[in-house]
Design a protein around this ligand. Sequence first.
Ligand code: FAD
Length: 532
Amino acid sequence: MDFKQAIAQWAEILPPASVITDKATLNKYETATYHTPHSVVAILKPNNKEQLQQIVKIASEHKTPLYPISTGKNWGYGSSVPTSNNCTIVDLGNMNKILDFDQDLAYVTLEPGVTQKQLYDFLQSKNAPLWIDATGSSSQCSIIGNTLERGFGHTPYGDHFSNVCGLEVILASGESLHTGFGRFSNAKAASVYKWGVGAHLDGLFSQSNFGIISKMTIWLMPAPEYTQVFFCNVNKDELSELVNSLRPLRLNGTLKSAMHIVNAHKAVSAFGQYPWKEVNDVTPLPSDWLEKQCKKSKIGGWNASGALYGTKAEVALARKKLKNALKHIKSVKFFFLDDRLIKMAKMIKKPYQWLTGVDLDKALEIVEPLFALKQGIPSNTFLPSTYWRKNTPAPAADEADPDKDRCGLLWLAPIAPMTGQHAVILEKIIEDTLIKYRFDPAISMTLLTERCIDSVIAITYDRDRQGEEERALTCHDELLKKLIEKGYYPYRLSTHAMGQLPQAEKGHGLAINKIKQALDPNNIFSPGRYEN
Ligand SMILES: Cc1cc2nc3c(=O)[nH]c(=O)nc-3n(C[C@H](O)[C@H](O)[C@H](O)COP(=O)(O)OP(=O)(O)OC[C@H]3O[C@@H](n4cnc5c(N)ncnc54)[C@H](O)[C@@H]3O)c2cc1C
């Protein structure tokens, strides 16, 4: 391994601004929302595919490891920090072109630096009746980095990796590979047909370290004629009923999108900060405080939100089916929302408050961003939730920087079959473990596909509070172990969790190792990433 020679050669082929070695910037890239042990030796910022290919060739020649990121905002999963020591980060943020757009066939082809906001603004500028699927993370997050981690959002296109094709991959030799039909230079259907012909390779390049993705085609959702968002909440002991009643609607297509169900802890922490003074510095959140807050803000034990899409008649029918399916749950309360209602609430908010004392502004602050997300509109609204346990006020959403401000956040995201029984087992394991370590069990359960629950658990803490980080990491490890013992494996791993999966069948490991050997014999791509 000869990093010195590699950096000298990179400096010859890249503009000076694309080769960064100053300590302050390296520190920034080495900082996540939890303790990470790995240092970074340089940052390279290629401006195009050719520069990227040269970077890779030089790295291979000198056997020096690279860690590619798209925008590096993988907060709670490791941010931009590599999975091993002495990596050079390849920050693809400058490769941010929208290379192709077909409005009729509803797709775009992007470079890795394209952000959620950039793509959203692009479609707006074209007046295109098409939606992206946005995550609850920053509008400045990439589309490609998130998709490679198999991240998810809120619309019918919420399972991101299911809605992409045509990956362009830079291999360790510096050559490029196109998945699907893209390997034939004259293929007409490369952007509209996922499988191509022959072995299907796309999956090999997500959650792996076999190559660097330099472009990808993303399918877009045609904007429906009408959208109605619904919120419904039930008592804490009715989670099982809720999941079992929603499943048939997800399976038969009445509910077309990923539905999010959050517990009271999650709902409270999404839009506020820990009430340190009110609870005399006690952690976790005392149940009497939580109960009072839930009553005040009309939060249930479990709170579901989703959207109905279609013509007005289709939405009306789906709404009827939804209400019917849940009517046997005693505590269920519904609230439906559309554009018209939001406009009306804005118009009447002052007289309404004067007459009833109810602050509609406060309610709008919560429901409007959720309404936007269900329509694929990205924002930074949810970032301040990472400051939940900080003792200082959270900044405005657009100023939030969880890495810099030492917010503690570790996600853990197990997948379970979509039955009430599994949901309740998860709930118990998560609550018991987080409370044992004095963290607030903030849980979401997303009905991501027609058949599975994707639960996301946030271990949120203050990195500046003595002892909290150690406790958070131990809590995470114990929770992961317990979940795995019960058969619930995570859909995605934080850098901290990599290497913590148990030994699995021999054949799988053998195949993965052989593929790695064949594609990246010098192990230059992201050593340690999703390796076990
Ligand atoms: C409040 C909050 C809400 C969030 N909500 C969501 C949510 O709703 N859904 C969700 O999925 N996530 C969510 N996240 C997690 C995270 O912020 C997002 O997933 C984010 O999109 C990931 O960061 P990124 O897009 O910058 O990807 P990156 O950090 O750039 O990429 C992630 C990883 O993928 C690999 N990679 C990236 N680009 C390439 C490439 N071109 N070639 C090869 N490998 C590559 C790298 O190993 C990298 O570390 C949330 C986080 C917070 C704090």
